[in-house]
Design a protein around this ligand. Structure first.
Ligand SMILES: Nc1ncnc2c1ncn2[C@@H]1O[C@H](COP(=O)(O)OP(=O)(O)OP(=O)(O)O)[C@@H](O)[C@H]1O
Ligand SMILES: [Mg+2]
Length: 297
């Protein structure tokens, strides 16, 4: 059965459904055609944090543009919030942080948010309350808020870009490389924010090549390589080590520890360690991409 037919029932379980999405950028001024996406299928369940992973040029931003209706697929289709990608009503429920934020350099942070609030038809009081709250969350202090955003550092611009994306209190938040330009503290704050969005019942779709960040916040991932899906699924399942049995217990006496280790060894099984057993996302990613690189040689 078609993924779209199976998932667009009244329960609306999947906020995004991509079916056989393909995108070929036409040749332009003698430049060759680029097949950016080739038959990409995936679904993003409501309430999840879904991570799109892939090397530079693998098609992550292209997928995001297709989902927002900023570009048209060459073949296949996407349904977002139950509507065809690009639908204006659905778009009003989406918050989007582009790869590079385009801010009006002569406006202050306050004025920027006020401007976008007006675009969404919010009244003055709501605009002021919402922008106060967002700028607090983003850690921009009162002095910074009155400065022109054109003079902001990269990380500060990223924060105001995110505040702008959230002004309409969206149900679906799409973030293209959210941690780019952020310092380690900013990165941790961004990850905490993403988790907070999820607790508030929002769905987050993000792209990144920072594996540790994705591993920390995403519950589902898709690995893209040269426009094709190489792996998709729940992070816990993808990273579980099937041949390893793990038992965690508190207050285990030294005597019991010795007994358990003896039992494991006399049974012929192998003790690896007493710690947590989970592969790093980094290993999985390298394995998948290295396989593809060796195939294409
Ligand atoms: N407007 C365009 N015209 C022609 N080719 C394009 C255009 N936009 C993207 N491409 C090409 O499509 C491919 C995928 O690009 P895309 O920006 O989607 O990758 P990405 O995964 O987001 O990369 P990055 O990690 O660098 O942001 C690349 O080969 C890129 O050069
Ligand atoms: Mg990109």
């Amino acid at each position: 059965m078609s993924l779209i037919k199976a998932n667009t029932d009244a329960s609306g379980e999947n906020l995004i459904i991509a079916e056989r999405l393909s995108k070929v950028y036409r040749s332009f001024w003698g430049l060759p055609r680029v097949r950016a996406l080739n038959g990409v299928d995936f679904a993003v369940p409501r309430g999840s944090v879904f991570g799109l992973l892939g090397p530079n040029g693998s098609g992550k931003t292209t997928i995001i543009k297709l989902l927002l209706g900023l570009a048209k697929p060459t073949a296949g289709r996407a349904v977002v919030l139950g509507k065809p990608a690009g639908d204006q009503k659905a778009r009003a429920r989406i918050g989007y942080l582009p790869e590079e934020s385009y801010l009006y350099p002569f406006l202050s942070a306050d004025q920027t948010l006020d401007f976008y609030g007006k675009l969404f038809g919010m009244n003055k009081r709501t605009r002021r309350e919402r922008s106060e709250q967002l700028l607090d969350t983003m850690g921009l202090d009162r002095r910074d808020r009155r400065r022109k955003v054109g003079a902001y550092s990269k990380g500060m611009a990223r924060r105001i870009g995110l505040a702008q994306a959230l002004i309409n209190d969206p149900d679906l938040i799409i973030l293209d490389e959210p941690t780019t330009g952020l310092d380690p503290i900013g990165t941790v704050q961004m990850k905490e924010l993403i988790k907070k969005f999820q607790q508030q019942g929002k769905t987050v779709f993000l792209s990144s090549h920072l594996l540790a960040d994705v591993e920390d916040v995403c519950d589902r991932i898709l690995i893209l390589y040269r426009g094709q899906v190489k792996m998709v699924g729940a992070v816990d399942e993808l990273l579980s080590l099937k041949d390893v049995f793990e038992l965690r217990a508190k207050n285990v006496s030294e005597e019991l520890q010795n007994k358990l280790t003896d039992m494991v060894e006399t049974s012929g099984a192998e003790t690896i360690s007493a710690g947590a057993q989970r592969a790093r996302l980094e290993e999985l990613f390298k394995r998948v991409v290295a396989e593809e690189i060796s195939k294409s040689k």
